[in-house]
Design a protein around this ligand. Structure first.
Ligand code: PBG
Length: 307
């Protein structure tokens, strides 16, 4: 057992809490600790406080980690558990992603229709994610997008209340909330997930050797390989949460990445696929190739690699 309980910081949405419990269970199991070795410390994140506007318009992914980053920095917590999909591509040096838990189902789930083809003409799709909106409009330009923020239960309730006809949710989130019967999972390569979807990451202070060592015991190498490749791709594309990008990675030592970039209205799309060793320059090379091929309507949403 650690000398005193380790403090695990998490957002307090039901999904974030489920993920925090999964992290605690895995860590205790790996080290033979009892549950009281880890104290769960929940926070209401800025991203959860503002529900009426798209995240991309109010400050982006930083709003999911701002409070927990502060608590890590001042020592109020020892580590923080995040959906890697929500963690910015560039993180401060003093933070380290010390563990990635085994990736869950990476797919999106369509709720409200049995398939994309079965969605009635002109139906309203509830989503605030640029990738989901663009991907759907690319396949079904007749559909209308309506903004749809909030946690999983809120979005399902909004759908029930008729605020939209169809919505899209991550299979991983539904699974972790025990809602496995909901909707139809959409398969690649027709429909691609978001970078790092389905992966839970644990961050701690880079100089906290003890916590890093404890977390390394539950790091899942294949997930790390895929998430690292997807984050390297995002970095080299200069994408942010406004940029409609979809990516699907298979493999671990050697990875195959299938990528699509869109204009926000979904009308213009470019894409590519490549296979390379996970720890190579492959993601950056693929990004450079995609950007050099990208039509203007797509390219303006990607700024390229940082200078
Ligand atoms: N954008 C919010 C968010 N961040 C992570 C997940 C689901 C879990 C995951 O992808 O790891 C969700 C909900 C959703 O997209 O339906």
């Amino acid at each position: 057992m650690p000398a005193k309980p380790l403090k695990l910081g998490t957002r307090r949405s039901p999904l974030a809490m489920a993920q925090a419990h999964e992290a605690r269970d895995r860590l205790c199991r790996a080290h033979g600790w009892t549950e009281d070795a880890i104290e769960i410390v929940p926070v209401l994140a800025s991203g959860d406080k503002v529900q009426d506007r798209p995240l991309a318009d109010i400050g982006g992914k930083a709003l999911w980690t701002k409070e927990l980053d502060g608590w890590l920095h001042d020592g109020s917590i020892d580590f923080a558990v995040h959906s890697m999909k929500d963690v910015e591509t560039i993180r401060p040096e003093w933070l380290t992603i010390a563990a990635l838990l085994p990736r869950a189902d990476v797919r999106d789930v369509l709720v409200g229709a049995r398939s994309i083809a079965a969605i009635p003409p002109g139906a309203r799709i509830g989503t605030s994610a640029p990738r989901r909106a663009a991907q759907m409009l690319n396949i079904r330009p007749d559909l209308t997008i309506v903004g749809f923020r909030g946690n999983v239960a809120t979005r399902l309730a909004k759908l029930q209340a008729g605020e939209a006809d169809v919505t899209l949710l991550a299979a991983a989130g539904l699974e972790r909330l025990g809602q496995t019967g909901v909707g139809t999972a959409l398969d690649a390569p027709e429909w691609l997930p978001a970078p790092a979807q389905g992966a839970i990451g644990i961050e701690c202070r880079t100089d906290d050797a003890m916590t890093r060592r404890a977390l390394s015991a539950i790091d899942h190498a294949p997930t790390r390989a895929q998430v690292a490749a997807e984050r390297a791709l995002l970095l080299a594309l200069g994408g942010n949460c406004h940029s409609p990008i979809a990516v699907w990675t298979q493999g671990s030592d050697e990875v195959t990445m299938t990528v699509r970039l869109y204009s926000p209205d979904g009308l213009v799309r470019t894409g590519g696929e490549a296979t390379f060793p996970a720890d190579s320059n492959g993601p950056a090379e693929l990004a450079a190739r995609l950007l050099s091929d990208a039509p203007e309507a797509v390219a303006v949403h990607f700024s390229g690699p940082p200078a």
